[in-house]
Design a protein around this ligand. Structure first.
Ligand code: SF4
Ligand code: SF4
Length: 381
């Protein structure tokens, strides 16, 4: 296992972090619950093998993740890791809820403090809400009374929102989505570099894009086979991220002992600067190979919204593109079922043309919507 300094906090962390949002599960009364025995054994095996960063959050596994992480960290394991959990901002309705939720989480984890407490899934609207609730006062007090060592935030929005939040407080860390496909999405490479300049260490989530980068389609796989340096699809995804000095830990949500052991093997070899210039250029080629599979060249700019009939055009195109890019039609089917049930699917288009007039990409939106609806509507119903 490789270790890197966690910013200027004076300690190092393992480059592989244990994300506890996809722990092994079993059925109980028809419901998925965490298989506690397996999950605890996996977390402890990970720590015994060198993992020193564990990440959980209030909503993971319907609230059960924090309890199971707390159990896994008994018998001396708590002292071997830096522990992170997150404030569920959507459950904060008044200022005092922040204290109440943190206390509830510490109780579930059965610990007196967490090393990192993140404002969960921050975006522009949630930043507005947190500012209205004086989040700085809450965080300062929780640090002062010892319940939190370092405040931070996790993030899902665009670069402008990231820069606003990054510069708004003296954060101990930030958690962002980053991988070779998303280097221009959300915080992206620019956000990563800016966090580095500000001395805010980064923890990376979605390194495999929800697992999609682990199972590349044929054209991407062929490129990997032809490249002189042999790495598996998972290794390419991790190696790309581990190359950045701004990145402290890379989270992986592991569900099986095999995934854990494969990750441990890979992270033994990953170093900052471990990609050659040719490797970095190749990661760019992999990205282009994925993007070449994107049928609708929609940038998600939202200029076509709102549609007078309520058709969620950018969401539909994004889901359809992802399904084609990753060769996973089932993922979009599920998504389209939701659109049908919400009444915002492509079948509601009355061909008024307002969206096409607004689209800076000059896309034939009506034709694409008809095609997508033909492909998916009957199956999705
Ligand atoms: S053409 Fe269809 S999708 Fe576009 S704005 Fe009109 S109704 Fe909405
Ligand atoms: S205006 Fe065009 S590019 Fe922008 S989200 Fe709508 S369809 Fe996509």
């Amino acid at each position: 296992m490789q270790y890197v300094p966690f910013g200027s906090h004076g300690f190092s962390v393992s480059r592989l972090g244990f994300g506890c949002m996809r722990l092994p599960t079993r059925k109980e009364n028809g419901k998925d619950v965490i298989d506690r025995e397996k999950a605890i054994a996996m977390i402890r095996h990970g720590i015994d093998s060198g993992i020193s960063y564990v990440d959980t959050a209030y909503p993971y596994h319907g609230g059960e993740s924090e309890i199971v992480v707390g159990l896994a960290l008994k018998d001396g394991y708590r002292d071997k890791v830096r522990l992170t959990t997150k404030l569920p901002i959507w459950s904060v309705n008044e200022e005092k809820d922040m204290n109440r939720l943190l206390d509830e989480q510490l109780k579930k984890l059965d610990v007196p403090y967490v090393d990192f407490y993140l404002l969960h899934a921050m975006n522009k609207d949630r930043m507005d809400k947190m500012e209205a609730f004086h989040y700085q006062d809450f965080l300062k007090q929780a640090v002062k009374d010892g319940r939190i060592k370092h405040p931070g935030f996790s993030f899902h929005d665009d670069l402008d929102a990231f820069l606003r939040i990054l510069h708004a407080y003296d954060w101990g860390m930030a958690q962002i989505q980053f991988n070779y496909l998303d280097d221009e999405e959300q915080a992206g490479l620019k956000g990563l570099r800016e966090a580095g300049k500000c001395g805010v260490p980064l923890v990376i989530m979605e390194p495999l894009r929800g697992g999609a980068l682990a199972n590349p389609p044929e054209n991407v796989r062929k490129l990997m086979e032809e490249y002189p340096r042999k790495r598996s699809a998972v290794e390419w995804a991790f190696a790309y991220i581990a190359d950045f000095a701004e990145v402290a830990t890379i989270l992986s949500g592991m569900s099986t002992p095999e995934q854990l052991d494969d990750n441990l093997r890979i992270f033994d070899t990953l170093t900052v600067g471990g990609m050659t210039e040719a490797d970095r250029a190749f990661a760019g080629q992999l990205k282009q190979a994925y993007l070449s599979r994107m049928p609708v060249k929609c940038t998600g700019c939202q200029y076509c919204q709102p549609c007078p009939q309520g058709v969620r055009i950018p969401d539909i195109f994004q889901g359809y593109n992802s399904a084609k890019m990753f060769d996973q039609p089932g993922r979009f089917l599920h998504n389209y079922q939701d659109k049908i049930s919400q009444g915002c699917d492509a079948s509601h288009c009355v061909q008024c043309g307002a969206c096409e007039a607004a689209c800076p990409q000059h896309l034939s939106i009506i034709d694409w919507l008809q095609q997508i609806d033909r492909e998916y509507h009957a199956q999705a119903k």
